[in-house]
Write a protein that binds this ligand. Structure first.
Ligand SMILES: Cc1cc2nc3c(=O)[nH]c(=O)nc-3n(C[C@H](O)[C@H](O)[C@H](O)COP(=O)(O)O)c2cc1C
Length: 380
């Protein structure tokens, strides 16, 4: 498999850790990187928050010492803020890659015309991308965008978005094969990824429903995507990146890592430790709690122990609890290939600003204002 090329940046393994708000912080990125190879994107931060020096935003923008390629996803709806934020990322944070979020389905975000709602406004999208590309160009930093198929099946935007991204000078476009209305329900439409590959000349990164390394290879074969973006499949399974690296390497698909519960326990300990290193023990342990059920999914670990792990408040307490798990319990193979993380139900209606669908411009006279919040942290 060929490397992924984003402008002048070469990622030897064409695998990207999907930005996930509240998940892909420095600790988790490092944990994943310890297992595999690829590009590991920071959780989303807001352009305005960065420009205005918001404390929360700055707290999210930390990198591990071992992180060689700094990659950050920006959220933004205002071309000026996005341009300024991109410049700050390049100049002050030394990032090697900037991704822009145009896929978030959260009502709080789409209600303001952000995330997955924004590509409906074609000219505004183009202007935002142009600003980011222009700001990153002096630093030779590639800019990519990540989006969904559209608002719903009657309002698809991804082919236009691909063309606009290409014209704006983006180095690639990542497509999650669902609409905003679908949120995380149903299955990702890989045919749309193939259609986008056929429609544009820039690399397309395929995203959606990669649960095992074999799925990633199958996606690339079926769609012609230049690489894959993996989200929920690696929740509680950072070792998936080892299988992905192997699958895209000379070994090819075949080696599925099946850690025993003892090995998973060691991974949990490492994850918690890295979180504590970056955030301090109290916050680190709190952050770790949300990962417990993903790590233990399918294992026999009893309800009481799971509940206690879900309330863990120190590394010492974590060690004590983990010692209560049977290290020899084999990996529950029934979990292989099974969806994990958010799924939820489709939305009946995508919440949009008043009159949003009336024009596809977003810049001209009468355009709806797009408000940008400082601390939009709900993600994609
Ligand atoms: C908890 C969570 C947070 C997410 N946050 C973001 C985000 O901040 N930015 C973004 O572009 N996508 C975000 N996503 C979407 C993922 O990047 C990805 O597109 C989606 O999960 C589909 O890929 P998957 O099937 O591999 O999970 C998030 C997804 C989850 C589950």
């Amino acid at each position: 498999m060929t490397a992924l090329r984003l402008g002048s940046l070469e990622v030897p393994t064409p695998v990207v850790l999907a930005p996930m708000a509240g998940i892909t912080n420095a600790a988790y990125r490092r944990l994943c990187a310890e297992h595999g190879a690829g590009l590991y994107v920071c959780e989303m931060i807001t352009s305005r928050g960065l420009v205005e020096g918001d404390e929360n935003t700055k707290r999210m923008l930390v990198f591990d010492d071992a992180e060689q390629l700094r990659s950050v996803q920006l959220y933004g709806t205002d071309p000026t803020y996005v341009g300024q934020a991109t410049k700050i990322l390049c100049e002050e944070y030394g990032v090697a890659h900037v991704d822009l979020n145009f896929g978030c389905p959260v009502p709080k975000v789409t209600r303001k015309g952000g995330g997955g709602a924004l590509p409906w406004k074609r000219n505004l999208l183009g202007r935002i991308l142009e600003e980011a590309v222009a700001a990153a160009a002096p630093y030779d930093v590639p800019v990519t965008m990540k989006t969904r198929k559209g608002l719903d099946d009657d309002h698809l935007t991804y082919l236009d978005a691909g063309r606009i991204a290409q014209e704006a000078g983006c180095a690639a476009i990542a497509l999650h094969g669902r609409t905003v209305a679908q949120a995380y329900s149903g299955t990702a439409d890989w045919d749309a990824i193939a259609a986008l590959v056929a429609h544009v000349d820039i690399p397309v990164l395929g995203n959606g429903d990669i649960w095992e390394a074999a799925d990633a290879v199958r996606m690339v074969e079926q769609t012609g995507a230049a690489g894959v973006v993996v989200g929920r499949g690696c929740l509680g399974r950072p070792w998936l990146f080892r299988d992905l690296a192997a699958a895209f390497g000379p070994e090819g698909v075949g080696s599925t890592t099946l850690p025993t519960l003892g090995e998973v326990t060691a991974m949990m300990r490492r994850h918690a430790e890295l979180l504590c290193e970056h955030m301090g023990e109290e916050r680190g342990c709190k952050e770790f709690r949300k990962h417990v059920s993903w790590y233990l999914k399918g294992f026999r670990a009893g309800g009481e122990l799971r509940r206690s792990l879900g309330l863990v408040d120190s590394l010492a307490a974590l060690d004590e609890l983990l010692a209560g798990l049977d290290p020899d319990e084999p990996f529950p193979v029934s979990e292989l290939g099974a969806p994990r993380g958010r799924q939820g139900a489709p939305r009946h209606k995508v919440v949009l600003p008043e009159g949003w669908l009336d024009d596809t411009d977003g810049l001209g006279e009468g355009a709806c204002g797009v408000l940008e919040d400082v601390d939009e942290t709900t993600g994609g």
